[in-house]
Design a protein around this ligand. Structure first.
Ligand SMILES: [Zn+2]
Length: 429
């Protein structure tokens, strides 16, 4: 099998496209960044959960990405990410994907073999005591007990990641895909010291990861802003970057290894901190922002008025009626206040502007409604069920939707994170 030695670029954006209609509009945002002198590589990510809810196949995401790249004559790399896969779900992603986010969150805390723990502790005397990381004032102090506890907590998960990695290698060949390990969908954030220990274990396991997605402290709810202490996030984020640089040197992990931020979309208030940190450490970052595009489709439909607005209202009414079922799979990552959800009968009377103002993530707008936004964020199953009826309207209103998708991705995500330009509102250029 050929060994392509695929490498992920310093800056990359993971962008989700639930219905595979907006790849070109998303790529247009990367083209715009390139026009402004910054290379940002697109990674189209779609999780098994999304495919299962929509009833789509991973190959469709690949086709949409390839078509967009061809249409815009994109010359830089691009990738298709099998997002949050496990040993049980990886199979149908093997052929169409060249980026694999190996999710081991469910195995964190499962007991590791006592002999594995002993071996790991013996193999890593350099992790004991005080570790000085380049570029930060703080030192890490890791006691023998800390090391043993971290091994106990994470070794089983890392071994599982190794199994998944080797299964992908067996099918595709080494170097023909970008491996990421994710542990963000768990209940507790990993400390920077734990990240260092995890990276040592990943190196021992022989996984040449290029991105790692830890869970950061604070809440990363779907489609709405960060809830937490931004200063503390910045401190942890910087320490994580420093820990990665140390792990690259010490454990021989790939030199381009970087953090992957599974943002759950729209963590605007931490974007300046991310930008400041990557600049300070001359580091890369992968930003995953998956669901925001589907909401731009709804905004575009509402903005179009007529049948588009009517369908957007119908989708809200259906999502409202099935809110418990829709929210179930996402219960740990949403905070919806039921009292703030408008009755569908009220929404039925809304103008385009009332609908888009409530939904569009503009926190300076007094009628912006984060509960409505989160419900619609997880409500894409409603549109999936409509099938052709939904797609026909997407296609009929392509230009207004594409404009919203591109502007949202560029102005509100790419510009603040990668270019350091403060987020601008929709429609401003
Ligand atoms: Zn994630």
């Amino acid at each position: 099998m050929e060994n392509q030695n695929l490498k992920l670029n310093r800056y990359s954006i993971g962008t989700g496209d639930r219905f595979s209609h907006q790849a070109k509009a998303q790529l247009q945002a990367c083209v715009k960044a390139l026009d402004n002198g910054v290379e940002i590589v697109p990674v189209w990510n779609k999780s098994n959960r999304e495919h299962a809810i929509i009833g789509s196949e991973p190959a469709s995401a690949r086709q949409a990405a390839d078509a967009a790249v061809k249409a815009l004559a994109w010359k830089l790399p691009y990738f298709c990410d099998a997002d949050h896969i496990t040993l049980a779900t990886v199979d149908r992603f093997l052929a169409p994907c060249d980026f694999f986010t190996i999710d081991v969150a469910d195995f964190i805390g499962q007991p590791a073999d006592a002999s594995d723990i002993g071996l790991f502790v013996k193999r890593h005397p350099e992790l004991l005591g005080s570790i000085q990381l380049a570029g930060v004032d703080e030192t890490f102090d890791i006691a023998a007990d800390d090391l043993r506890q971290a091994a106990q907590k994470f070794l089983a998960a890392i071994k599982k990641a190794g199994e998944v990695y080797r299964k992908i290698v067996a099918a595709k060949g080494e170097g023909s895909f970008i491996p990421e390990v994710s542990m963000d969908e768990t209940d507790r954030a990993q400390s920077p010291a734990e990240l260092l220990i995890i990276l040592a274990a990943i190196a021992d396991e022989g996984i040449p990861i290029q991105t790692i997605a830890p869970k950061f402290s604070g809440r990363f709810n779907k489609g709405v802003d960060y809830v937490g202490d931004v200063a503390q996030f910045e401190r942890e984020f910087s320490l994580d970057i420093a820990a990665i640089a140390y792990a690259v040197r010490q454990f021989g992990l790939p030199a381009n290894l970087k953090l992957s931020v599974h943002s759950g979309s729209d963590k605007f208030s931490i974007y300046p901190a991310i930008h400041a940190s990557i600049k300070r450490f001359n580091a890369g970052v992968h930003l995953k922002t998956a669901g925001t595009t589907w909401l731009e489709e709804l905004i575009g439909l509402a903005e179009a008025g007529g049948d588009g607005l009517a369908l957007a209202k119908e989708i809200y009414a259906e999502a409202f009626a099935h809110r418990e079922e829709l929210c179930g799979p996402y219960s740990t990552v949403i905070d919806i206040d039921p009292a703030r959800l408008p009755a569908p009968s009220e929404v039925r009377g809304w103008t385009s502007e009332q609908y888009t103002s409530a939904l569009r993530h503009d926190q300076s707008n007094p009628v912006y409604n984060s509960s409505l936004r989160q419900l619609l964020h997880v409500g894409f199953k409603v549109a999936a069920k409509m099938g052709r009826r939904y797609f026909d309207l997407l296609e009929a209103n392509e230009s207004v939707i594409a404009k919203n998708v591109t502007e949202n991705l560029y102005n509100r995500h790419i510009a603040p994170v990668f270019l350091g330009v403060p987020s601008r509102g929709q429609g401003e250029v």
